[in-house]
Design a protein around this ligand. Structure first.
Ligand SMILES: *Cc1c(COP(=O)(O)O)cnc(C)c1O
Length: 228
């Protein structure tokens, strides 16, 4: 049952939040609904899912048309091509996977034309795996310098995906590194807060919370495994 699985994930989040020395409710659950039908999504929404993660613009558009935006927050967590930005601004509440200055510029330009401010996260490739999207940690300073003053975007924090590993402890160093990176740049830049740390998925969200995640992205533990 989806509602039971959501309740179980919430309970684990709660326990890890308290273990991390934070107050109940300080870590949010993003329910990752990629490859999940709108019918199944309705069940999750009825069970209290409000923050939804999608990885493709086109399928997210179709789902938003069907399910609407009232009471829901739709986040893009997959790679965004610049030519799809124009289809993204009116469906997503935040783009959590910005990984280049060029993409940030495109979002900024489109958002400015529409007279809106698009919240974003910068995706960081901590492990340096070539198969992963994301900025190298050493690029972050330059990217913040280049994008920090853009009026059409608001940088709310960082996100990362560690290398796949069945042992969640193996992910811990990547999570702590993202937190340290955030702390470092938040200290340097008075005008940038980077409050959000989006890290942790089904296999490792408890560890991510212990390392400071403010938002975890969970799909498989709720919906079972789907093919990519
Ligand atoms: C699919 C996906 C998730 C969810 O992963 P699960 O292991 O299914 O919980 C989280 N984040 C991103 C970026 C994803 O693409």
């Amino acid at each position: 049952m989806i509602s039971e699985r959501i309740a179980e994930v919430r309970e684990n989040i709660e326990l890890a939040t308290l273990r991390s020395g934070r107050l109940s409710g300080q870590v949010r659950l993003m329910v990752v609904t990629k490859q999940v039908s709108t019918e199944t999504m309705r069940t999750a929404i009825a069970a209290g899912a409000t923050l939804l993660g999608e990885n493709r613009v086109q399928s997210a558009r179709e789902k938003v048309e069907e399910l609407g935006r009232d009471g829901l927050q739709w986040h893009l967590i997959g790679n965004l091509q610049k030519n799809k930005v124009k289809y993204s601004l009116d469906i997503f509440d935040r783009i959590d996977s910005v990984d280049s200055i060029a993409l940030a510029e495109t979002i900024d330009r489109r958002a400015t034309q529409l007279g809106v401010v698009m919240p974003i996260l910068l995706q960081i490739n901590i492990s340096g795996e070539e198969s992963k999207f994301g900025l190298a940690p050493k690029e972050l300073g330059a990217v913040l310098d280049a994008t920090g003053n853009m009026k059409g975007i608001r940088i709310e924090g960082l996100m990362t995906i560690p290398p796949m590993n069945p042992d969640p402890e193996r992910a811990r160093p990547y999570f702590s590194e993202l937190r340290e990176l955030r702390d470092k740049y938040a200290r340097i830049n008075d005008n940038i807060s980077l409050n959000e740390l989006s890290m942790g998925m089904s296999s490792d969200y408890a560890v991510a919370i212990e390392e400071g995640a403010t938002l975890v992205r969970v799909g498989t533990s709720i919906f079972g495994s789907r093919t990519q």
